[in-house]
Design a protein around this ligand. Sequence first.
Ligand code: CA
Length: 233
Amino acid sequence: MNKPLILVVEDDAPIKNLITTTLKTHDYKFLTAQNGETAIREITSHSPDIILLDLGLPDMDGVDLIKKVRTWSNVPIIVISARSEDADKIEALDAGADDYLTKPFSVEELLARVRVTQRRLAAMQVDTISAGSQFHNGSLTIDYAAGCAYLGKQELHLTPIEYKLLCLMARNVGKVLTHKFITQNIWGSSWDSDIASLRVFMATLRKKIEPDTDSPQFIQTHIGVGYRMIKVE
Ligand code: CA
């Protein structure tokens, strides 16, 4: 895949310079916007492949910008936020952001998030070509038509909820899914009791798919936020 075009939406000059210098050093193409209005103009006229979005903009709340963009575009959005509170991250993810970085962040962390998003974009393209009847991720395979999942050649014996959970994570591979998003998709509600059940089902699913549950290969936990399926290289 070619290097993606990245739109950097950030009003804080030192942080914007850190990000753009990093992108330049790694041969990424980028555009910048220092407020929400300019960001929307750049998105509509240049269709960037990835957006790095600061939540605290001078003219608009970043979460409102995500909601606006999501009415017409699925472009991956990585939120960059000074707010370390989980509630803000969760609000941004529920509004349609794909991932988040909390300030202060390291350059390596920023590049890692961009690579995760690139892999997700590449996986989405492959899915479109193969019409998505099967999902492959490392040794994990889901045969949607047969309703079966395999680890290598071994069929996994999953309960209906574990299977549903695995398919939901797979369909959103690379993206951080909040507890609320997952429980609403699985049970149609998001009570505290659903989130407690989710933890239990996630633990049993992981025992079945992770070779080593102490260093999970497929499903990452984002404490207080949710889970993400990693696209294995
Ligand atoms: Ca700001």
